[in-house]
Design a protein around this ligand. Structure first.
Ligand code: ADP
Ligand code: ZN
Length: 216
């Protein structure tokens, strides 16, 4: 099973994908998390990616496509979070999956209105070590600056600073919104209004995906 989660920055894709991976055993494939790990390791890809990420621009398609190849045919099934983010990436994913004889089974679009997104991103923090997301207002770590999950340092991402947030919204509209149209033109896209508590969004998501997956 391969599920694509689409939605603007701040829609909660990462939070929900983690939960879904926990409850189903599927592999959570977050290109943002993989890239942040590459940046932390100062790898060649990390050094290249950092400049794009800090300003909220996309890392070039060719780098991203090469990066995810090793993950997409995971036999446990894959939850794609943050990929594809351009139509070129979506076409490439289709080609790779076709070669492997594996289709995209479900596309879920999580929508949240822009005011709420900006508010969420400006109060978001993340564990540097295990990438667990927090909201400094609604869902802070028990001890300020320390991850509940692993004890790592909880900080604000460089790309959650205001200028980068605005650019990410613009990039989303220009380059990623067309990916939604790409999938819509080919078939079903499940729509979820991703406001409300994480629990209530998870319920909607599980329903959209079908009980077969959610109860595994
Ligand atoms: P969010 O969904 O909150 O914007 P992510 O953690 O998914 O953030 O991604 C952070 C940054 O990593 C993006 O702004 C972009 O620079 C880079 N990135 C992640 N996924 C991709 C992708 N598929 N293609 C190009 N760049 C990507
Ligand atoms: Zn952590």
């Amino acid at each position: 099973m391969r599920i694509v989660l689409l939605g603007p920055p701040g829609a909660g894709k990462g939070t929900q994908a983690r939960r879904l991976a926990d409850s189903t055993g599927m592999k959570h494939l977050s290109t943002g998390d993989i890239l942040r790990a590459e940046v932390a390791a100062k790898s060649e890809l990390g050094l290249l990616a950092k400049g794009f990420m800090d300003t909220g621009d996309l890392v070039p398609d060719s780098n991203i496509i090469a990066m995810i190849q090793q993950y997409i045919d995971d036999p446990a099934g894959v939850l794609l979070d943050g990929f594809p983010r351009t139509v070129v990436q979506a076409e490439s994913l289709d080609n790779s999956l076709e070669e492997a004889g594996l289709p995209v089974d479900k596309v879920v679009h999580m929508s949240v209105d822009t005011d709420e997104l900006v508010k969420r991103l400006s109060t978001r923090a993340i564990c540097k070590n295990c990438q667990t997301p927090y909201n400094l207002e609604s869902d802070p770590p028990a001890k300020a600056g320390v991850c509940d999950n692993c004890g790592g340092e909880v900080t604000v991402r460089d790309d959650d600073k205001p200028e980068a947030v605005l650019n990410r919204m613009k990039v989303y509209q220009e380059l990623t919104a067309p990916v939604l149209d790409y999938y819509k033109s080919r078939g079903d896209v499940a729509e979820i209004i991703a406001t409300g508590t994480p629990d209530s969004v998870f319920e909607k998501l599980s329903q959209a995906i079908g009980s077969g997956v959610a109860s595994n």
